[in-house]
Design a protein around this ligand. Structure first.
Ligand SMILES: [Zn+2]
Length: 262
């Protein structure tokens, strides 16, 4: 397989490599999905049914990733929440989606009720490239902002949250997910920790710059948000949690911007 990929790279001009890479991923994920079709699990994001999901993670978790769309437990929970607990699929909304997950972006782009913009620091998949700590949009512009598993990568997360608050309309809502370690009262963060190896040791991943505790809610409230730490997954039946293969400990950080500033 590696030989074939090397050969294709040698034959095909470099400017077409990204397109070929995406095509290869789509074909291989489709074939894998067909092989894994079954009745035990359902991915709510793509609607496919499987006998198992794929293993995924630094310490691989069984039945974590959808072979068709790549959704993980957190994506499937967020999808169900958006579908069942928000007006995202029903109202006309201007949406800013930060660091867009491909499966979500494809769907949101196609929804006629959404005026949709995706943004990332430096990604060809996002519609706009921008720094989250210096958002390139006017204040009070968006009805909805989605930002999942991004802030743990941002050095100045407080400034990023303030920027998100700034560009959200009063009365608008944002879902701002991060990995929260419920056993930690306080977020672990040390500016003396610099190298990827030190970060992995302290925070679990080389790319993370802190490990959030339950005081994450304070960070959001200090920016001005009203925060509902929604234990939505606890309201779902054991069968639903099992069939969608969700994480029973993940909460949804549903933030609203007050109509009048505090
Ligand atoms: Zn899927």
């Amino acid at each position: 397989m590696n030989f074939l990929i090397t050969l294709m790279k040698a034959i095909i001009p470099q400017r077409y490599h990204p397109i070929c890479g995406e095509t290869y991923i789509r074909i291989s994920s489709f074939l894998l999905s067909v092989l894994l079709i079954g009745n035990r699990f359902i991915c709510p994001c793509c609607g496919w049914h499987f006998r198992k999901f794929l293993r995924y993670g630094l310490h691989p978790r069984k039945n974590a990733m959808c072979p068709k769309c790549g959704s993980l437990e957190r994506h499937r929970l967020l999808w169900l929440y958006l579908k069942n607990k928000t007006n995202l699929f029903a109202s006309n909304l201007k949406v800013l989606h930060i660091a867009p997950e491909p499966i979500f972006q494809r769907t949101f782009k196609s929804m006629s009720n959404l005026e949709y913009i995706s943004a990332d620091l430096n990604s060809r998949y996002a519609m706009v490239n921008m720094d989250l700590t210096n958002i390139s949009f006017d204040e009070c512009l968006f009805d909805v902002i989605l930002c999942s598993h991004v802030l743990e990568h941002v050095e100045d997360d407080r400034k990023a949250v303030k920027e998100i608050f700034r560009v959200l309309k009063p009365g608008g809502w944002a879902i701002l997910q991060v990995p929260v370690f419920s056993e930690l009262e306080k977020t672990v963060e040390d500016t003396a920790i610099k190298t990827p190896e030190e970060r992995e040791l302290a925070y679990g991943l080389k790319e993370h710059v802190r490990k959030y505790g339950i005081d994450y809610k304070d960070t959001l409230e200090n920016a001005g948000f009203n925060v509902n730490v929604d234990q939505y997954v606890k309201s779902l039946s054991r069968e639903i949690v099992s069939v969608f293969c969700l994480n029973r400990d993940e909460n949804i950080y549903f933030c609203t911007k007050p109509l009048k500033s505090k």
